[in-house]
Ligand binder design. Structure first.
Ligand code: ADP
Length: 498
């Protein structure tokens, strides 16, 4: 018998835009609508979003995608939310208005506070309890900043007049008309306040940062009952059944359900996540230990490594050097030469992330000769994305003690055939690219589908994941090793430069 509800609606609230994507129950994409959101930079290094704009744009795109696809809200089985992680808001329970702009994950305003915490010897405690490094990136110190800087806010928090949450929590609260104040395990694990062993808000971290627990949301499974939307929004109440932070949602959308499976998203930066199952693996290589998701009270963990400059190096060739008209041309140029002619480009424009962690590193272009041309440089730029990925994956293999033989890929630059083949060659592993590139939204839809019973279990989801192309290594491992040796040498030139 056919259920009347045929669709799953994913809300993908990202750093630069809010998007609503409608999926069929077979995982095919029906329609998507997006709207950019404003980036607010009150001071150098500070980044904010307007909370009401996040809400309005997300509601607006959700309504629009239903209208444009002529779908009756009654046909939507459930909503899933994937969101920019770590970004945090505090809002007034009565008025439903944020007390301040959202502090965005990129915002560095609490870097000094993080330095103080590190100097006080908190690095190990934070790592042991939360799996994270002490950094302004995470929500904890941002919440403290808001409580410290907005007059009377801590008093109001203690009186229970305000609520706090990451973007998922904010959207759930708004969508349910203030009925549900909740988040999921994956988002909670990015706050630097959540104990990934006990699966509770960590009393020690809360005390340290002077944050009253009462303002924090309930933490639920990623496929769970997050309430119903107010009927007024879509003409009918729709259940919210899936929630995850964007990178974890992508891991889910890539069906990396088994320990030892991994995905890499090639966007502006690259985000590599490997599922480590029930095991909490503490990294010795500068990776983060995080929660992938919680399902039926069982939590899966992941190791995460991020690369600051991924596809952005191609934007740099286009916008700063002007040697490309568009990103896709990088492939055309790269294929015009046999190799880079010994040229390496290390795009350490903002320092180096995992596993090197060198904020003083700066970009280098080495091995230039009279014959070097823009084809060699384009090729070296693309190869740098693959080498950096290899460095993170090597760190993961080292930490987890397992071999990762396949990598699932997505994101804008995963469309580059040359890059994907070179990636397989340099990893000496198989690279799988799915049909649906919108893996973040797909993951949210899958979680919602699981939560509302459209899918009975993970194997049903696995069965509808569709492969677009597989790239197998064609290069001899000896050659891959030699090429990588050159990269390592180039990295040394980049480190500690500034
Ligand atoms: P984000 O979500 O971070 O904005 P996207 O997944 O939309 O990123 O991917 C955009 C990035 O991918 C840009 O940095 C762009 O330079 C790069 N990119 C897009 N298409 C290609 C391509 N064909 N080859 C190489 N890089 C590409």
């Amino acid at each position: 018998m056919l259920m009347k509800e045929k669709y799953l609606l994913a809300l993908d609230q990202g750093t630069t835009s809010s998007r609503a994507i409608l999926f069929n129950r077979d995982g095919s994409l029906v329609k998507q609508v997006g709207q950019e959101i404003r980036q607010i930079y009150p001071e150098p290094g500070w980044v904010e979003h307007d909370g009401m704009e996040i809400w309005d744009s997300q509601l607006g795109t959700a309504r629009q995608v239903m209208q444009e696809s002529r779908i009756d809200p009654a046909e939507i089985a459930a909503i899933g939310i994937a969101n920019q992680r770590e970004t945090v808001l505090i809002w007034d329970k009565q008025t439903g208005e944020p007390v301040h702009n959202a502090l965005v994950w990129q915002c560095r305003r609490t870097a000094g506070l993080c330095q103080e915490l590190s100097d006080m010897g908190w690095t190990q405690t934070v790592k042991d309890r939360t799996g994270l490094v002490v950094d302004a990136y995470f929500s904890g110190t941002k919440i403290k900043w808001l409580l410290d800087h907005i007059p009377q806010l801590r008093d109001r928090a203690e009186r229970g007049e305000v609520l706090c949450g990451t973007v998922d929590t904010w959207l759930i609260w708004k969508l349910t008309g203030g009925k549900v104040h909740a988040t999921d395990f994956s988002n909670a694990s990015r706050t630097m306040l959540f104990n990934i062993h006990t699966l509770q808000w960590d009393p020690e971290m809360l005390r340290k940062l002077d944050i009253p627990e009462a303002i924090l949301p309930a933490v639920k499974n990623s496929s769970d009952d997050f309430g119903m939307t107010l009927p007024a929004y879509f003409g009918r109440a729709i259940p919210i059944r899936g929630v995850a932070g964007d990178q974890q949602a992508a891991l889910f959308g890539q069906c990396c359900f088994e320990p030892g499976t991994a995905k890499n998203t090639y966007g502006t930066g690259c985000f590599l996540l490997a599922n480590t199952g029930e095991k909490i693996i503490a990294s010795n290589s500068g990776l983060l230990t995080t929660i992938a998701w919680g399902l039926k009270g069982k939590v899966s963990y992941a190791l995460e490594g991020s690369i600051f400059i991924g596809g952005a190096v191609i934007q740099w060739l286009r916008d700063e050097l002007g040697i490309l008209r568009d990103a896709a041309e990088s492939e055309v140029l790269a294929k015009q030469v046999e190799d880079t002619g010994g040229v390496y480009l290390v795009p350490a424009f903002v320092g180096l992330g995992a596993p090197h962690w060198d904020m003083y590193a700066r970009g280098v272009l080495v091995g230039l000769t009279r014959g070097t041309n823009k084809c060699h440089i384009s090729r070296a730029a693309l190869e740098s994305i693959a080498y950096q990925t290899r460095d993170v994956l090597t760190a993961m293999i080292c930490d987890a003690g397992v071999d990762l033989k396949r990598l699932r890929v997505d994101g804008g630059a995963s469309r580059n055939e040359f890059l994907m083949q070179f990636q397989a060659d340099i990893l000496q592993a198989v690279v799988d690219r799915p049909r649906i590139n919108e893996t973040t939204a797909l993951g949210a839809a899958f979680l919602a589908g699981l939560g509302c019973g459209i899918y009975g279990d993970l194997s049903e989801i696995q069965a509808i994941w569709q492969l677009d192309r597989t790239y197998s290594p064609q290069m001899q491992s000896q050659q891959a090793q030699e090429l990588r040796a050159g990269w390592i040498k180039a990295l040394e030139r980049a480190k500690g430069w500034a």
